[in-house]
Design a protein around this ligand. Structure first.
Ligand code: CO
Length: 273
């Protein structure tokens, strides 16, 4: 190679993408994810993007600027990144994930931009993810839970075909622990269906836990809120003693490690090219 020809050296980086949240309490969860990712990839620059336009707008009004995935990828291209590993912090491969996939495809090989953008799987994708998350969640249930307590996870739920991951993970959970239930806010199964199951046995307490990346709006209002239609209020109205746990799945390092595993797969693809 002649001296005048400069060999293009790769500049790689990570883009973490979440739906986002405007709740200040969720900052610690995002920080925890970043710290875990930094420990696993100490030489990579870490960038963030939120997919929710509504949340980005709300944060902007408060003086907090968080990019959309497209904005973040455009900036990283400008900054000379040649290969970017994008990690979805979504739970299932639903609509949010599919939209991100389209953005990633659009930015891959863009002239004068990034050569290669590769997307990591959401938390749940393969059978092995289902098994691993099941183990991690059951291992990290609240300390004071007894065999006479029921655990009810609140998943988001969607009209997208990938909603099947929710009844799917319920099956995995039941294989290991029949006291653990899962319902969704916007999909199937619904809380009423779980209540029917709960009524078949006598319980001391019912624990409510978010089956979501962060304990944001759904956890704080739809799950644990004071309104009569929150899950906690509905269960209390049925006579149950309810304990709501306001922490997202990403507060657990072992859960974050599943996303990190997916990010490692992305780097394997990047390094093999
Ligand atoms: Co929602």
């Amino acid at each position: 190679m002649a001296k005048s020809e400069t060999k293009k050296t790769d500049k790689t980086g990570i883009l973490l993408v979440s739906f986002g949240s405007s709740y200040a309490e969720t900052r610690a969860t995002f920080k925890n994810i970043e710290e875990e990712v930094r420990a696993a990839f100490p030489n990579q620059e870490i960038h963030w993007a939120f997919t929710s336009k509504f949340i980005r707008k709300k944060l902007r009004k408060r003086g907090e600027q968080i990019d959309s995935p497209a904005e973040a990828l455009a900036k990283m291209g400008e900054d000379g990144f040649t290969k970017v590993a994008v990690q979805s912090l979504h739970v299932i491969p639903g609509e949010e994930y599919e939209n991100l996939k389209k953005t990633v495809a659009a930015f891959s090989g863009m002239p004068k931009g990034i050569d290669e953008v590769i997307l990591g799987n959401p938390l749940l994708y393969h059978h092995s993810d289902m098994e691993r998350l099941t183990q991690v969640l059951l291992r990290n249930l609240p300390k004071d839970v007894t065999d006479n307590d029921a655990i009810v996870f609140m998943g988001h739920g969607t009209q997208h075909t990938s909603n099947v991951y929710y009844p799917g993970i319920q099956y995995y959970l039941w294989q290991k622990n029949p006291n653990v239930f899962l319902a969704t806010v916007e999909g199937y199964p619904e809380l009423n269906q779980v209540i029917e199951k709960l009524e078949q046995k006598k319980w001391d307490k019912v624990y409510l836990l978010p089956f979501m990346t962060i304990a944001g709006d759904h956890a704080r209002n739809d799950m644990a809120g004071k309104d009569s239609d929150s899950w906690q209020s509905q269960l209390e109205a049925k006579g149950y003693q309810v304990k709501s746990v306001l922490s997202g799945m990403a507060d657990q390092d072992e859960v974050v490690q599943i996303w990190i595993e997916h990010l490692k797969e992305v780097f394997q693809k990047i390094n093999n090219k």
